[in-house]
Ligand binder design. Structure first.
Ligand code: SAM
Length: 243
């Protein structure tokens, strides 16, 4: 089933997270641009550069949602390569599939409905695995990291892009004001959904800092783990190698 969805049973779909992304799927891309003032595009571009993806390679984008990374990766691996965009939420995948088709990105991309904690792929199937803004919402993030490690080939690299903890002095209060006051309003105004964005802000606060995620990756079996703070640590890109 190279270009289609692979269905999973209803029981495997996550509750709250699933509901949040079903509510926002149609407005998701617009909200990303608004909330980050477009800067998420730069974070994603940096991530794509760090994949070092080459023509012919096989790449998995876990929690790939509406396909931002997937689209860029598909261009890099070219017609001989393969990009699998997996996500637990069929509404997000549907938006992604339509977006990529609109851009003419077809043939080397595949959409798979799957829980990151139980990836339906063979051991050592991929050269590169990416995961952007998905891990903090997972029930067992360490299990997802172990799965990513498992499906990577030896020498393969994992790139985890996620919100993190601001490191620039003085940034903290500004960032708090923005995320606790302005952001839920934006969610209400644009998506008519204050709760979902409130939940996202809280999940960002609860999530691991840079060093903690690095240790989680090491425990999952990654080597040479390092991270890059982006926008003063609001976001961090973690990179790990499977040796
Ligand atoms: N990676 C995309 C991006 O950067 O624009 C989408 C990020 S979006 C904030 C988070 C995505 O993670 C959603 O599409 C959601 O459905 C997905 N997700 C959450 N929990 C998941 C899980 N356990 N397995 C797979 N996907 C999951």
């Amino acid at each position: 089933t190279h270009f289609g969805f692979r269905e999973v049973p209803e029981t495997e779909k996550a509750g709250l997270v699933g509901q949040v992304f079903s509510n926002v799927a149609g407005k998701y891309d617009l909200m990303n641009d608004l909330m980050s003032l477009g800067i998420h595009r730069l974070w994603k571009r940096f991530t794509i550069d760090q994949t070092r993806a080459r023509p012919g390679q096989h790449v998995l984008d876990v929690a790939g949602g509406t396909g931002d990374l997937g689209a860029a990766l598909a261009r890099r691996v070219g017609p001989q390569g393969r990009v699998v965009i997996s996500d637990i939420n069929p509404a997000m995948l549907e938006v992604g599939r339509n977006r990529l088709a609109d851009k003419g990105i077809v043939g080397n991309v595949e959409f798979v409905e799957a829980d990151a904690e139980h990836l339906p792929f063979a051991d050592q199937e991929f050269d590169i695995v990416t995961l952007a803004f998905g891990i903090r919402n997972m029930t067992h993030p360490e299990q997802a990291l172990r799965e990513i490690q498992r499906v990577l080939k030896p020498g393969g690299r994992a790139l985890i892009l996620e919100f993190s903890h601001p490191t620039w002095p003085g940034l903290g209060p500004v960032y708090d004001a923005y995320s606790f006051h302005l952001l839920p309003h934006l969610g209400q105004l644009v998506a008519g959904d204050r709760e979902s964005y409130q939940y996202l802000v809280e999940s960002i606060r609860r999530w691991a800092d840079q060093e903690t995620l690095k240790q989680m990756m090491e425990r999952a079996g990654f080597e040479l783990v390092e991270y890059f703070n982006l926008s003063g640590g609001i976001v961090a890109l973690h990179k790990g190698i499977k040796l």
